[in-house]
Design a protein around this ligand. Structure first.
Ligand SMILES: [Zn+2]
Length: 311
């Protein structure tokens, strides 16, 4: 029996980019014609893409006979950013453009504007959109952003933490929501020795979500999601100064709550290794939503943690 993946019909749109090669393709697969229209998209940020793309591909191993809706998959939304493992592509000038900040795009703009304008109709033609980000090359994370009217979808995705989504101007999810589409933003996983644990957890979350959307039939209903912890406003913690970052909390800490004053990590002077900044947990219960699990050199102002308090 054919799988969903084997049944995908591939489409290609050519988007103007390089002077030399003229265009970069955006490829997306579709299967099914009737029922709930679900779009799964990964890699709008190029450094966060492959983990989520793999989760979608693993979901697509279900027999196509189980599909009840129309599924559209975009594994790599921002190919030029993905090839250099960066959030944004290098091609737009004078400044890099965040693909997840220019929806619904501009077909006469630079490459990333045109890319958004190409993806926008694929989003608009959906009943539900799951926008998979994640940690990635430099961080791991463990939360889902919840949108009003799509609370069940956010819960089904099964992340340790759920936060209310801010209204990101030009965001893909903001655009989808403005059209009345059910939407969630997954920020789970990233490069670490546990990357397949989080990828498989995302697969289970997607199965649960598609089942409850009526888009996927399963022999038995999927196990309910583990109780997620609801958190309040999220806080981005940045480096005051550049230097060598040495994490105290490692990848096992993401998705957990640590007590106040827990040492999270520190920054050492690049030249003398003197201690320049120590990060400690500021709340009685500090939810570790995003962290850098590995030693690295960072610039001042670089994002190091995203934390919040349970509500
Ligand atoms: Zn992202």
């Amino acid at each position: 029996m054919k799988s969903i993946y084997e049944s995908l019909v591939w489409n290609e749109v050519r988007i103007t980019s390089h002077a030399a090669s003229q265009y970069i393709p955006l490829k997306y697969g579709e299967v099914g014609t009737a029922g709930t229209r679900v779009t799964l998209i990964a890699g709008t940020h190029g450094d966060e893409g492959p983990w989520s793309a793999l989760a979608i591909k693993m979901l697509c191993q279900h027999p196509v006979a189980q599909l009840r809706g129309r599924l559209r998959v975009i594994f790599t939304a921002n190919a030029l950013a993905a090839e250099v493992e960066r959030r944004n592509s290098w091609i737009d000038s004078p400044n890099p453009i965040d693909l997840d900040g220019v929806f619904p795009g501009n077909k006469d703009g630079s490459h990333t504007d045109r890319l958004a304008a190409t993806i926008a109709p694929l989003i608009a033609d959906s009943d539900a959109v799951i926008d998979l980000h994640g940690g990635g090359t430099w961080c791991v994370n463990a939360f889902v952003k919840r949108f009003e009217g799509s609370e069940q979808l956010a819960a089904d995705l099964g992340a340790p933490f759920i936060s209310n989504a801010p209204n990101k101007r030009g965001g893909l999810t903001t655009y989808a929501r403005s059209l009345g589409i059910k939407v969630a933003n997954v920020e789970v996983g990233g490069r670490s020795s546990k990357e397949m644990y989080w990828t498989e957890r995302n697969v289970q979350g997607l199965e649960r979500a598609l089942f409850n959307l009526g888009a996927l039939a399963l022999e038995a209903p999927p196990a309910p999601a583990k109780e997620a912890v609801d958190v309040g406003a999220t806080e981005a913690v940045r480096a005051r100064v550049g230097g060598i970052f040495v994490p105290t909390l490692r990848e096992d800490a993401v998705g957990t709550i640590v007590p106040i004053d827990t040492e999270m990590g520190k920054i050492l002077d690049l030249h003398t290794l003197a201690e320049l900044q120590v990060f400690t947990a500021p709340y009685e219960q500090t939810a570790m939503m995003l962290l850098r699990p590995q030693i690295c050199t960072i610039e001042g102002s670089a994002l190091v943690y995203v934390i919040a308090q349970p509500v």
